[in-house]
Write a protein that binds this ligand. Structure first.
Ligand SMILES: [Zn+2]
Length: 344
């Protein structure tokens, strides 16, 4: 979804690249490096209305991005090493690759790229998505609007029917459904409502199997992190339930792989999904560090904010090396937040 922040980022990316501002900003803004955030990595173009295009990059772009960062002096280290690096206060350019949700293509298409570069990576797993107890609702609502001429909402939501015959109507309907799912529908009812709407008829992206996940956990370059059990927005749950979702995902992953995850990625990770309370709970749940989806480079100050680490998204809509270089200067961090160091 294109929002104002994304439009701002796009403007800054273009402007700073041409003006040389990014280069002049130097190490003051770029800091120690960055944690990259990826989702799907595949050659397959996304069939849809474009709502989820930001979630998918090609293996070729991933390969070029890693190669370019290496050429400009970045060392790729594991998330565990990054946490040690932040704590040590050492100053050198380092980067860590993270992937949320454990799409199957991470194993089949991204892993060979990581291996060819000997680049460590961490994949954050939500067991509910792996077991199929929940669907990736962001794909389901897009799919429903695509395959139907009208999407009827259950009475428990508001009972209305959304027109979705023309391409323009489909887009409006899908966006409206996204908004409902994020704000009106309680987290724990979402899948039941999708089921009622026929969501299981929608083909969604496949996820890694537990065998694949266990193989990554044992892989010398791989780390498996926790992403809650059911990919709920933790900020919409009461404290006890949020803690169960965090701890429970680590318990399940430990049981299935034999290795207990040390790191957490907050589902959605934005301001309305990961705030002071969730950051505190991630520490209480026993995680050594946690990542958000806030946009930002890393700085020595993050040693005191290990459960609120920002990331730089490799966004499917901006698969250009120039954009990545600009983001790594830290100038877009500042443009987005008016802060050099992003925590919450
Ligand atoms: Zn996620």
């Amino acid at each position: 979804m294109t929002d104002n922040r994304e439009r701002l980022r796009r403007f800054v990316l273009a402007a700073s690249r041409w003006s040389g501002v990014a280069r002049m900003a130097g190490p003051h803004l770029s800091g120690l490096g960055a944690i990259l955030m990826l989702h799907s990595v595949t050659v397959k173009p996304r069939a849809g209305l474009g709502l989820n295009d930001h979630l998918s990059i090609t293996p070729d772009f991933l390969d070029k991005a890693i190669a370019d960062m290496k050429r400009s002096g970045f060392s790729f280290i594991s998330l565990g090493e990054m946490v040690e690096h932040l704590s040590s206060g050492r100053r050198c350019k380092v980067a860590t690759i993270t992937l949320d949700d454990a799409y199957l293509d991470n194993f089949t298409e991204a892993l060979p790229v990581f291996e060819s570069h000997a680049a460590p990576f961490a994949i954050f797993v939500a067991p509910g998505l792996i077991d199929g107890a929940i669907q990736p609702w962001w794909e389901v609502v897009e799919g429903l609007a695509m395959i139907r001429d009208e999407v009827a909402l259950p009475a428990s939501v508001d009972g209305t029917a959304l027109a979705s015959a023309s391409p323009a109507e489909k887009l409006v309907a899908a966006r409206h459904l996204c908004e409902l799912m994020m704000t009106r529908v309680p987290e724990t009812y979402r899948q039941a409502i999708l089921d009622e709407m026929g969501g299981r008829q929608v083909a969604t992206s496949p996820f890694m199997s537990w065998d694949d996940i266990a193989a990554v956990a044992r892989h010398p370059l791989g780390t498996i992190g926790a992403h809650t059990i059911n990919h709920y927005n933790l900020a919409r749950l009461d404290e006890e339930f949020a803690l169960i979702e965090m701890r429970g995902s680590a318990d399940i992953i430990a049981r299935m792989t034999g290795i207990r995850p040390q790191f957490l990625a907050f589902p959605y990770g934005h301001m309305k999904a990961a705030s002071e309370r969730e950051i505190r709970l991630a520490g209480e749940a026993g995680f050594a560090a946690a990542v958000t989806t806030r946009h930002g480079t890393l700085h020595p100050e993050h040693r005191d904010h290990l459960h609120a680490l920002p990331r730089i998204s490799l966004n499917g809509r901006y698969q250009e090396i120039g954009h990545l270089r600009t983001m790594l200067t830290g100038i877009t961090t500042f443009a987005n937040s008016r802060r050099r160091v992003v925590t919450l």
